[in-house]
Design a binder for this molecule. Structure first.
Ligand code: ADP
Length: 423
């Protein structure tokens, strides 16, 4: 498929003597400790990275992350397996070809910025383009543009020593972006920054990603960072990839005890979205329904309020049982007078951290809509609280917030009025 930018298959890296032999043993089920003097840094890694995604490789120190990404751009020849970039294998190609691939296909941002101290910001940013052999006018033009994008406009003529750590890292990022390669490899790129600047850089990376649609492979040992910026995450342990999935997958369906333990301390409110915790609304009514039908539905489901939608499921508003009851008593045929339009729905991509307040303000379980404003689910407050407490299965139904009217009151009204089937 052509939206796969990078593909790794059965990658192994064994350091030390008898590497090939060690791969054989590993393939036959040997453990890492049974390899004599050889160190298996990466064992049987396979994954695909899609165009425009941020693919994070996450694991503790020593789990094999750096070795893995160094095989992706040929800095480390692999012991076994294949790597393809843009459909071309980089396995067994000449050193000259590899250099060419690193210039044009895969650029890399390191933790320690590796800026050239005697060059200005703009010249540092343009450096990769210089190596690519792009003429001076063109490279300065491109460098100026990305320097602006990473927020360093006005700093072009400064030297690295005049910049803060965060700014230096932006220069490193700008340099990699300027090269405009198919894939950007970032190895613990933000790990040396202090927490506030680090958060800022993460946000900036996400913004850039939105704007430029880069394909990024990002290495980190920090799970919160992985969860925050990754579209998908490969979790590594002892040289193996133990799970690949979206942050939500990994949080809600950890592949094994190790991953489960690992993700325990993640800030769920930033990772999980309304979509991941929403439930099916128990019942809704169509705006053309009459008050009797709406009231009967609430009676049947023992709820005090429900959402009113159009035929295409876009939300019109919500109604409360007592207002609908009044309409039935008055013999009204239309539900419209009872509809309140302040439904406060949130989009399905909203992180949980941003739905607390709307959830508290909503009279019934918070409505969740898709990109076309259609109602796709609801988040009851109990579900929200249970999820954040780490028990996503604790609540399964969409309880309303307000006590419903006593059923005998409703039955009396529904029974008293003789018109039927106005749904
Ligand atoms: P990470 O990036 O996750 O910290 P690394 O890829 O650096 O992990 O290391 C994985 C394993 O490979 C570690 O056990 C490390 O000691 C070993 N290793 C890494 N590079 C070499 C090397 N050049 N020679 C021998 N062993 C190495």
């Amino acid at each position: 498929m052509n939206d796969i930018v990078l593909k790794a298959e059965g990658l192994y890296k064994v350091f030390g003597r008898g590497a090939d032999d060690a791969v054989k043993k590993l393939r036959n089920g040997a453990s890492r400790d049974e390899l004599g003097g050889a160190t298996a840094a990466v064992i049987d890694a396979s994954f695909e990275v899609k165009k425009g995604e941020i693919f994070v490789v996450m694991g503790l120190s020593g789990s094999g992350k750096s070795t893995l990404i160094r095989m992706l751009n040929g800095l480390h020849p692999q012991t076994a397996g294949t790597v393809e970039v843009g459909g071309d294998s980089i396995t067994g190609v000449s050193p000259a070809k590899l250099r060419e691939i690193r210039r044009h296909r895969i650029s890399m941002v390191f933790q320690h910025f590796a800026l050239l101290p005697h060059r200005t910001v703009i010249d540092n940013v343009a450096y990769g383009l210089e190596i690519q052999g792009i003429d001076k006018a063109e490279r300065l033009k491109r460098a100026a543009k990305v320097t602006e994008i990473v927020g360093l406009g006005g700093w072009e003529e400064k030297y690295p020593s005049e910049l803060s750590g965060g700014m230096q890292q932006r220069v490193g990022l700008a340099r990699a972006l300027a090269a405009d390669t198919d894939v950007l490899l970032m190895d613990e790129a933000f790990s040396a920054l202090d927490p506030l600047i680090r958060r800022e850089m993460q946000d900036q990376l996400l913004e850039l990603q939105q704007e430029l649609g880069k394909t990024i492979i990002f290495i980190t040992h920090d799970l919160n960072e992985a969860m925050y910026i990754g579209d998908r995450i490969a979790v590594m342990r002892d040289g193996r990839i133990v799970q690949i999935g979206s942050p939500e997958d990994i949080l809600t369906n950890p592949a094994n005890d190790y991953v489960e333990q690992f993700v325990q301390d993640v800030d769920r409110s930033r990772v999980l979205t309304a979509e991941s915790v929403m439930r099916k609304p128990r019942v809704t009514v169509h705006e053309g329904s009459g008050p009797r039908a709406a009231l009967a539905a609430m009676r049947e489901h023992e709820i005090s309020a429900l959402y009113v939608t159009k035929r295409d499921r876009t939300i019109v508003g919500w109604v409360r049982d007592r207002d609908v009851l009044d309409l039935v008593r008055k013999g009204e045929k239309s539900l419209t007078p009872a509809i309140q339009s302040d439904h406060g729905a949130v989009s399905k991509d909203t992180p949980l951290v941003d739905i607390f307040i709307p959830s508290l303000e909503a009279a019934l379980a918070l409505a969740v809509t898709d990109e076309r404003d259609r109602l796709v689910g609801v988040v009851p407050r109990v579900t929200l609280l249970a999820t954040l407490g780490g028990e996503p299965e604790a609540a399964t139904s969409a309880e309303p917030v307000i006590e419903p009217l006593p059923t005998d009151v409703v039955d009396k009204v529904l029974g008293a009025s003789s018109t039927k089937g106005d749904a």
